[in-house]
Ligand binder design. Structure first.
Ligand code: PLP
Length: 371
């Protein structure tokens, strides 16, 4: 594939295919193998598989870097944290994806790492906290509060002190935000979500531009064994082929619903970076290509009311996870690991690609009848 076609929407369709000799299948086959005939580039399947290589080429092309695929988003996160020496100092989001926070908290309890917890929306506090740090972990928009972090400012502050900067880019997707262009060293994805897009697999990825860092991460992945299965890699690549159209539709639906929800009598507050009145809007406009398909809604009432809304929808699926073609919602505080900073009445909406009027009618009815 000629490198001159640089649009990410085009690359999502073509990347990972390579030059096609006459008679070859268009798509890379799924290769089930634990072992390979001796003497080749890959000796054993824990260090490589042609199906992941195709997927990694495609994910890397989306953010102009080199990608590594993992068994899950959390495996990718653990693979990055595992590079840190004992006693390292990490600056991390006080309220963001719970799995990464739990990974860090465990390492603090086990006295392996020191963590300074910071609010993602406060650039000054992040800049102050990175003094003497080894790694800065960022997430924007945050899961589930939808706070926006000034990624340029945070990465610049980290680089001044030599700290590695990681951005969890799951909510934005590679089409919505390019952390490596904003100064980050690692862009991380739960490819379980929008990238694969069909709620049928677990997969993670990191994207980097430094070859040495890529090699260190790849060595660690091999030793941890946190590698993807070939079937998952193949399905994820198939999902990526339609990422651009899914993303465009899901973002348009999310923007429309966020706007309408803001005026709904059963809604107390909506967070969506695309809303002109959102506290993160101008920052998001300066660093994101699209505002994404995630919306946070605080219903005007308590946890029970929020649960009744979830139970009352017919089209929206009541489930955790996000980024599938189907719209889903859940009350985040139903999970004990979610912090008390997340309101009891907060619903996290993952907006899919259904007809927006159907999504609105279902949500409107569930909100109106829950009260
Ligand atoms: C889901 C998620 C993860 C973890 O990914 P898994 O594939 O579930 O391991 C990490 N970060 C964010 C923002 C997520 O939403």
């Amino acid at each position: 594939m000629s490198d001159s076609f640089r649009s990410p929407a085009t690359r999502a369709v073509t990347a990972g295919r390579g030059h096609l000799p006459p008679g070859d299948p268009l798509n890379p086959p799924v290769v089930f193998a634990s072992t390979y005939a001796a003497g080749g580039a890959v000796g054993y399947a824990r260090s490589g598989n042609p199906t992941w290589t195709a997927l990694e080429t495609a994910i890397g092309a989306l953010e102009d870097g080199e990608a590594l695929a993992y068994a899950s988003g959390l495996a990718a996160a653990a693979g990055v944290l595992d590079l840190l020496p004992a006693g390292a100092v990490v600056v991390a989001p006080a309220v963001a994806y719970t799995g990464v926070r739990e990974l860090l908290e465990q390492r603090v309890v086990e006295r392996k790492l020191h963590v300074r917890w910071v609010p993602m929306a406060d650039a000054e506090e992040i800049a102050d906290a990175v003094a003497g740090a080894d790694l800065l972990w960022l997430e924007s928009p945050t899961n589930p509060l939808m706070d926006i972090c000034d990624l340029r400012a945070a990465a610049a502050a980290a680089h001044e002190v030599g700290a590695l900067t990681v951005v969890d880019n799951t909510f934005a997707t590679p089409l919505g935000q390019r952390p490596l262009d904003l100064g980050a060293d690692v862009s991380l994805h739960s490819a379980t979500k929008q990238l694969s897009g069909h709620s049928d697999l677990l997969l993670g990825a990191v994207i980097v531009r430094d070859g040495g860092l890529r090699d260190r991460l790849a060595d660690r992945r091999t030793l941890l064994g946190a590698v993807p299965g070939p079937m998952e890699a193949w399905l994820a690549l198939r999902g990526i082929r339609t990422l651009a159209v899914r993303h465009e539709r899901a973002c348009a639906n999310a923007a429309e619903l966020a706007d309408r929800l803001g005026a709904h009598p059963a809604v107390h507050r909506v967070r969506y970076p695309g809303l002109p009145g959102d506290p993160g809007h101008s920052l998001a406009a300066s660093q994101m290509q699209t505002y994404g398909s995630m919306v946070a809604v605080e219903v005007a009432g308590d946890a029970d009311l929020a649960e009744r809304v979830c139970a009352g929808t017919r089209l929206w699926v009541h489930a955790t996870s996000l980024g599938g073609v189907e719209s889903s919602l859940e009350r985040r505080r139903r999970w004990p690991a979610e912090t008390a900073d997340v309101p009891e009445s907060l619903l996290r909406l993952s907006v899919g690609i259904e007809a927006v009027e159907d999504l609105w009618r279902d949500l409107d009815e569930a909100l109106s009848s829950a009260g």
